[in-house]
Design a protein around this ligand. Structure first.
Ligand SMILES: NC(=O)c1ccc[n+]([C@@H]2O[C@H](COP(=O)([O-])OP(=O)(O)OC[C@H]3O[C@@H](n4cnc5c(N)ncnc54)[C@H](OP(=O)(O)O)[C@@H]3O)[C@@H](O)[C@H]2O)c1
Length: 322
């Protein structure tokens, strides 16, 4: 099968097309013909050697897959060949920059009806992260006030839509060029972080009360300063362990005076999360946000765009023409 691989850590130029044997499914596993594969920041972080995952070369990256079950291993109970599925592979296993992929059935869900494979491949990793942050960790409810950082990005754009669907009042940060985009996603107050101090805007707009929950997708000082925006007993869910040395300890103090909670989230691959998202997607309560579709051999372009750290929506690789 064709696969884009890396044989060492470094720049995007290391991504190269290769021919590898088609993997075979073991007990409880599916062989999936990959139709589309989403690209995420974690792809370039692994490529750069920033995550200590103990992987061996050659590495196939790509942690968002939509495709069709080609065959099943012994003991598989939930799927049959021909099923259309979507999922996020575990980071410690090969990814989806390839024509075929083997996966444990435990983390797979049926592709939402009405979505193309490219649209479905934009969902699992980013939207599961947003779901688990908002509902499993922060337990947000209708009427809560939430602040979503990086609201135009893969995770943030899903979080804005989900919080809006849940009946929350949504504050969101984005740069100037993404302001309108984030408003259209359903944010009530968009804060242009390039020209305004998000702590002050939240204070003014909430009459000093603050927000119930913050989703931090940026890390560093954005994480530290987010505690200042909280209402008493509010919580911050951070998905960004980066740049902690850039965090002001003084800003962190606010966490104590607010009796705040901090949740450190590393997304879990769970079928129940995907099933919940599929129901919302099928009813069009939330929309997939595919900004660009590229052929597999152009994946380096997708890495380059994400490495600017100003991604909007999702970039997806098309492996089979739809
Ligand atoms: N822990 C986990 O399980 C987990 C899961 C998924 C993702 N992540 C991590 O979470 C981060 C975001 O992921 P993603 O897929 O959403 O990335 P993405 O699609 O590249 O989006 C990043 C967004 O951050 C915004 N941004 C950059 N600097 C900002 C700042 N100072 N304040 C507010 N927004 C800012 C950018 O918007 P503008 O262009 O408007 O600035 C961009 O839309 C990445 O580091 C990723 O690796 C972690």
């Amino acid at each position: 099968m064709k696969a884009m691989i890396i044989e060492g850590y470094g720049g995007a130029e290391l991504l190269k097309m290769s021919i590898l044997p088609v993997p075979q499914p073991g007990p409880g596993e599916l062989l999936v013909k990959v139709h589309a594969c989403g690209v995420n920041p974690v792809d370039y972080k692994i490529r750069q050697g920033l995550l200590p995952l103990g992987l061996t070369f050659p590495i196939i990256l790509g942690y968002d897959i939509s495709g069709v079950v080609e065959s099943i291993g012994p003991g598989v109970e939930s799927f049959v060949p021909g099923d259309e599925v979507f999922y996020s592979p575990e980071l410690t296993t090969p990814g989806g920059y390839a024509e075929y992929h083997v996966v444990s059935e435990a983390i797979v869900s049926l592709k939402p009806d009405g979505l193309s494979h490219a649209e479905a491949a934009s969902i699992p990793l980013a939207a599961s992260t947003a779901w688990q942050a908002l509902f499993d960790r922060a337990c947000i409810e209708a009427g809560d006030v939430v602040l979503i950082h990086g609201a135009a990005g893969g995770v943030g754009s899903m979080a804005v839509q989900l919080a809006n669907w849940a009946g929350c009042e949504v504050f969101a940060t984005a740069s100037t060029s993404n302001r309108e985009y984030v408003e259209e996603l359903g944010a009530d107050v968009v804060i242009d972080y390039t020209s305004a101090n998000f702590v002050e805007v939240v204070r003014e707009e909430t009459g000093g009360q603050g927000v119930d929950m913050v989703l931090d997708t940026v890390g560093g000082d954005v994480l530290a300063r987010s505690f200042e925006t909280l209402a008493p007993h509010g919580c911050v869910v951070s998905i960004a362990p980066e740049n902690l040395q850039g965090a002001s300890m003084e800003a962190l103090r606010a966490a104590f005076f607010k009796n705040a909670e901090l949740h450190c989230l590393f997304v879990e691959r769970r079928r129940d999360t995907l099933d919940a998202l599929a129901r919302l997607l099928e009813r069009r309560f939330i929309e997939p946000l595919v900004e660009e579709i590229l052929p597999l051999d152009k994946v380096a372009n997708a890495h380059g765009r994400l490495e600017t750290m100003h991604g909007r929506g999702k970039i997806v690789l098309r492996i089979v023409e739809e």
